[in-house]
Design a protein around this ligand. Sequence first.
Ligand SMILES: [Zn+2]
Length: 139
Amino acid sequence: MKKFFHFPAAASILDRPGTGSVFVEENGRLKGMLRKLLGKVEDGRFSRALAGLQASWQFEVGIRVFGKSGVKIGGHVRYGSKKYTVHIKSGSVYTCTCEDYMRREVICKHIAFVAMAELAHYAAERSAHRQVQEARPIV
Ligand SMILES: [Zn+2]
């Protein structure tokens, strides 16, 4: 855990949901980054990612870090027998292991899906008055 990343006391979160903590600021950066990314997704790929959400594609979070230099998310997108590895970082940095990304370097449906899944997770945590937790790979 990095020094700047302070956990406010649990009571303070419950007392004042959504106000003032370092957490809220970091969550805001995560949300802002993902919304910005989704704004750049081509319409067809955006629709296919939405359809994936509807079809219960899974995003297995491998890493979710709120760092000094920005936010970093990575993990696997799975559906049927398919599995792709997606990474998203602040500053419009993103990668996927699928052919669409490899050939064209576009924001593919998997990257878009991860952004949607993370935003959905963020929204669910927020409505439960919880903060989005960091996740780190087990080494
Ligand atoms: Zn992809």
